[in-house]
Write a protein that binds this ligand. Structure first.
Ligand code: TRP
Length: 477
């Protein structure tokens, strides 16, 4: 489609994709998963998956966006027509929209906690506090639906404002200010960690590879994390890809995104574990690592309140730059499909995700136990939503890899990739076989968690397999 919006600069897609990729996944999830899964071995699997699976699928997803030049749903509709494939592939767009909506709903609630901690840090409320006080404070936050709703509302409204201002004035300008600031803060926190913490202990924890430390579960989590952290499989990258300059190199850009994203996770891990080890605290605290262990480490350090406050601003900024990429695909769809104005479309998406987020809010307090969780097989609404996204995300990635690998023709892929035949063949092998195999493997992890859904999930896998096969047959005739 000519006349479709394109980013102002050749390099803006890179900026936007890094903004989407770097988020709570790097600063909150990656450190605590590494902490729980024994350090170096976890990182090794994570890095391997990023390379062999993450980068090829990142290229595939960007490519689907750039060739169709439309929002994920309309773009896939367009591609299924031009490639005479089954309309069912449009499910890539719908799955993406559903995942973006679900993720946004809880992402905003968790980012809201960072808002709370920014406030606590900068007002010096936690200076000198002991472990019991800090962990009681976190419990008190979780016990307060009112407070959590307030933060959730502020966070999501701010993200909506940026997207509502459009891709140039809102997203591009916002990212151009936010991203450099985030990198500066990250470096400051790292330096602070090196000075005040135990960076040797942190480095040896993160980079000592002992494969025996890694359980099968840890292995699967490492792979799952590598999809999550690259924002793969849910249309966000496809939506940004639709605005990508035709001149920018897909391969180089994807490698750069993966590299920066991984570097941020490593630096954040190094900084956080330096502080945690320096304060003599435990690494395996799970999701509380950032909200309990870290504030505790800051509590006794010089300028801890200030640097801690700045650290939580970093978390907030990284979360905003990700959440805007969750709003964009759905908003762009509403604009294209129903001729809405951008502010209308953003409002609809965000109000719906906000309301859905209330389910996450009450999962930590009012509805922590009871009838709802019985209906959801003993899970809170939050855990259930998270589980759904854990299913949709790899499924989306799988379908993207299969569609890009089997349905797109060699000539159009060559044109998009703009490289030699050797890289084309390598890439195609990776998205045709390696990616789908690895993703199915990750997908299997969710099966023990879904009791009643085992049969439907296996059914879904079979259908996907059948698609791949039919593609193949269609090609060879
Ligand atoms: N990559 C983001 C992070 O690390 C989280 C995320 C997953 C995401 N999927 C996404 C963000 C899609 C935006 C769009 O925090």
């Amino acid at each position: 489609m000519s006349g479709h919006n394109v980013w102002t600069h050749k390099g803006t897609f890179l900026l936007a994709a890094v903004g989407s990729a770097v988020g709570l996944g790097n600063l909150w999830r990656f450190p605590y998963l590494t902490g729980e899964n024994g350090g170096g071995a976890f990182i090794l699997i994570y890095a391997l998956t990023i390379f062999a699976v993450g980068i090829p699928i990142l290229i595939a997803e960007t490519m689907l966006g750039r060739t169709s030049r439309q929002s994920p749903i309309m773009g896939m509709r367009h591609l299924t027509k031009t490639h005479k494939t089954s309309r069912a592939w449009e499910s890539i767009g719908w799955l993406g929209a559903a995942s973006a909506f679900l993720i946004l709903s809880f992402y905003s609630v968790i980012a809201g906690w960072a808002l709370h901690y920014t406030w606590l840090m900068l007002t010096g409320s936690l200076v000198g506090a002991d472990a019991a006080t800090i962990s009681a404070g976190f419990d008190a936050l979780l016990a307060s639906p009112g407070l959590m709703t307030l933060y959730h509302t502020l966070f999501i409204a701010f993200s909506a404002l940026i997207v509502g201002m459009g891709i140039h004035k809102g997203i591009e300008s916002g990212l151009r200010i936010m991203m450099p600031a985030l990198f500066v803060i990250l470096i400051v926190v790292l330096i602070y960690g090196v000075i005040n913490g135990d960076v040797r202990a942190a480095a040896s924890f993160l980079f000592t590879f002992n494969i025996a430390d890694l359980s099968l579960e840890g292995w699967l989590q490492a792979m799952g994390q590598s999809f999550f952290t690259l924002s793969l499989g849910m249309g966000a990258i496809m939506a940004y890809g639709a605005y990508m300059s035709s001149e920018a190199s897909l391969t180089r850009t994807a490698i750069a995104v993966a590299f920066v994203d991984t570097a941020v996770a490593m630096v954040a891990g190094l900084a956080i574990f330096s502080l945690v080890f320096g304060a003599g605290l435990e690494t395996g605290q799970g999701p509380g690592l950032m909200f309990v262990t870290l504030p505790l480490a800051f509590a006794d350090m010089p300028f801890g309140a200030l640097v801690g406050g700045v650290f939580f601003i970093l978390v907030l900024g990284a979360a905003v730059s990700s959440s805007i990429s969750l709003i964009e695909p759905v908003a762009a769809f509403l604009v294209e499909r129903f001729d809405m104005t951008r502010p209308q479309a953003v409002t609809i998406m965000v109000v719906a995700a906000w309301a859905m987020g209330l389910l996450t809010v009450v999962s930590f307090n009012v509805w922590a136990e009871g009838t709802i969780s019985h209906a959801l097989f003993g899970r809170s609404a939050f855990e259930f939503i998270e589980l759904l996204t854990n299913i949709f995300m790899p499924l989306g990635g799988l379908l993207i890899a299969l569609f890009a690998g089997w349905a797109l023709t060699q000539s159009e892929v060559m044109k998009e990739l703009g490289t030699n035949i050797t890289w084309f063949k390598t890439w195609r092998f990776l998205v045709r076989f390696v990616g789908p195999a690895a993703v199915s493997f990750v997908f299997l992890r969710t099966i023990p968690q879904v009791e009643g859904y085992v049969i439907p999930s296996l059914g879904a896998l079979l259908i996907v397999g059948a698609f791949a096969l039919s593609q193949r047959l269609r090609k060879s005739t």
